[in-house]
Design a protein around this ligand. Structure first.
Ligand code: CNA
Length: 279
């Protein structure tokens, strides 16, 4: 950890230690799962968009385009098999958020990720908002019949090309938000309520996201000025770059290093190590 990083971790830890009521809202993205081996979208060279060429897509985002999916579900299914829950373990940062929950210092986790690793780490349903959906629920894109997670998983495990609806033979799609689809209404209602009730005791920490996908990307700008904001990311992004606030805390670096060091500063290293070892 360099000096600048140490200062930022010290500042975040101080906000939490100096106020026993301080609770954190985490706004997270693909960067907290890259240490688990799941590529993000936009990191040059290693990101998914750079590696989708093998799927013969007309353009990278087509993998999450609902119209494209209807005509050619293969690229999405290939990706889904790769990203499917159970293939990966949570990162240290996922576990750190769990420690915040166990210490009653977690207000909410808003995630853009679809890998369900927050659930795997034990983040409770009422603390978690999966803004872009997840693999947990599935439905037929033609007749809308809902299917449990196992149906999609078992179809894949049986080596079927695609999961099909038992009633109408339509394609089964996990309830992951594609381009052109609405975000779950729970995302909007939870954020509206959280942003109204945020006060000086709260800290919003944005982690591992390029803040390029809206409406999620607009959340940091909506954080009231009286509330402290922090960014943990490989580079400065979004509102932290375009409209920085004097009080912003920026940790430029890996979320795994940040997780270890923050746990150390808060005196929570043992709890973090226990969770990491038991995963
Ligand atoms: P993104 O646009 O790929 O950005 C990731 C950001 O994280 C970049 O700024 C990276 O520099 C940064 N980053 C990467 N690794 C680390 C690390 N170890 N520590 C700190 N920062 C790091 O991804 P976003 O989440 O911003 O984009 C939103 C999309 C990505 C959502 O729709 C997701 O569904 C989608 N996505 C999800 C997953 C997943 O579920 N794990 C994987 C890939 C993409």
């Amino acid at each position: 950890m360099n000096e600048e990083q140490a200062v930022s971790i010290g500042q975040i830890a101080k906000l939490i230690k100096s106020n026993s009521k301080a609770k954190v809202i985490f706004l997270v993205g693909a960067g907290i799962s890259t240490p688990c081996g799941i590529p993000d979208f936009r990191s040059p060279g290693t990101g998914l968009y750079d590696n989708l060429a093998k799927l013969n897509l007309p353009y990278a985002e087509a993998v999450f385009d609902i119209d494209f999916f209807q005509g050619n579900p293969q690229p999405f299914y290939t990706l889904a098999k790769e990203l499917y829950p159970g293939n990966y373990e949570p990162s240290k940062f996922h576990h750190l958020m769990r420690v915040f929950q166990d210490k009653n210092r977690l207000h909410r986790v808003y995630t853009q990720n679809i890998d369900t690793l927050e659930r795997c780490a034990g983040i409770l349903g009422d603390r978690l908002v999966e803004a872009h959906g997840s693999f947990a629920r599935n439905h037929c894109i033609d007749c809308r019949k809902e299917y449990p997670q196992e149906y999609f998983k078992d179809s894949m495990a049986e080596g079927k090309e695609f999961a099909r609806c038992a009633v109408c033979k339509g394609l089964i799609k996990p309830q992951i938000v594609f381009f052109g689809e609405n975000l779950p209404s729970r995302f909007f209602s939870m954020w509206d309520n959280d942003v109204k009730t945020l006060n000086e005791d709260n800290i919003v920490i944005v982690v591992g996201t390029s803040l390029a996908v809206y409406p999620f990307a607009s959340l940091p700008a909506e954080v009231p000025r009286k509330v402290n904001r922090a960014l943990i990311n490989l580079q400065k992004v979004g509102d932290f770059k375009t409209k920085p606030r004097k009080s912003d805390i920026i940790f430029k670096g890996s979320s795994e290093v940040a997780a270890e060091e923050l746990a150390k500063e808060l005196g929570w290293s043992e709890e973090l190590v226990t969770l990491v070892d038991s995963a």
